[in-house]
Design a protein around this ligand. Structure first.
Ligand code: IPE
Ligand code: IPE
Ligand code: MG
Length: 252
């Protein structure tokens, strides 16, 4: 059977990837749903619905590549400031998607988890999220972490509060501090992607991204496809991660 041009492009890009250097943790700021919809003369919410399709595709592709953690920024603590109808639409989309995609997560052996102040989500969204987390808890191929009602500053502040509440004695080092963050169980992301051309972190993983390779693409989230991910990983693999050292020290 003749392969489509897209399939051929995917295959060749995928072939260029070094299988031994696939990031363990990829974090993505899924941005540009609204602008994508607007460019098509459609309402913003249509862009969010289309964005869910990308979530599905990228989740399956990352799992196949052997990525262990995929963290997706789905709703920030600042996103409550949006018009109520958009917030409501996003919250119902969350419930519907989790309910609908449970089978795919089970089939692909993917565990669902969440970071953020999820208790303050509308109760329907919160319940369906907890149900999804519970149902997939024994899956172990990849963990899909949804950042919901999340912000980096919220998390750092929360960690500081918990440390005080614990009446922590002794010296607090980075390892101890990290253990109080909502991301305690995950390694820091090696690669952090933001779509839609915005070049900022918007309060995402502030502590954890200290040494992440940042990758920005003009592509809006609903148009971000399998090959867009391969391109990002390819660029990541060709960066030199020095962690403060000089180039010569790394080649030893
Ligand atoms: C990202 O797309 C999704 C969420 C923040 C929930 P946006 O809704 O921010 O889309 P733009 O940036 O306005 O185009
Ligand atoms: C960041 O996108 C939050 C999510 C992707 C969930 P925003 O679209 O809210 O970010 P700003 O407001 O442009 O910085
Ligand atoms: Mg945006």
């Amino acid at each position: 059977m003749q392969k489509s041009l897209r399939d051929q492009k995917n295959m060749s890009l995928k072939k260029l990837l070094d299988k031994d250097k696939i990031p363990k943790h990829i974090a993505i700021i899924m941005d540009g749903n609204g602008r994508w919809a607007k460019s098509k003369g459609m309402p913003r919410v249509f862009g969010h619905k289309e964005g869910v399709k990308t979530v599905k595709e990228i989740t399956e592709v990352t799992a196949k590549l052997g990525v262990k953690y995929l963290t997706l920024y789905a709703f920030s603590t600042e996103n409550w400031k949006r018009p109520a109808y958009e917030v409501n639409a996003l919250m119902s989309l969350l419930v519907n998607t989790i309910d609908k995609e449970m089978e795919t997560l089970m089939k692909n052996n993917i565990k669902l988890e969440a970071i953020g102040n999820i208790e303050e989500l509308p109760s329907k969204s919160y319940k369906s999220l907890l149900k999804g987390i519970e149902k997939t808890k024994d899956n172990d191929r990849m963990t899909l972490v949804l950042a919901l009602n999340y912000s980096g500053r919220w998390d750092v502040l929360n960690a500081a509060k918990s440390i005080m509440k614990d009446n922590f004695q002794g010296d607090i080092d980075e390892k101890i501090f990290k253990s109080y963050l909502s991301t305690a169980a995950y390694p820091d992301p090696e690669l952090l992607i933001r779509t839609s051309g915005e070049i900022r972190l918007s309060n995402f993983l502030l502590w954890e991204s200290a040494y992440s390779e940042l990758y920005f693409t003009e592509i809006n989230w609903p148009s971000f496809k399998e090959e867009s991910l391969y391109e990002a990983i390819y660029e990541y693999q060709n960066r030199e991660r020095r962690f403060g050292k000089i180039s010569e020290q790394l080649k030893k």
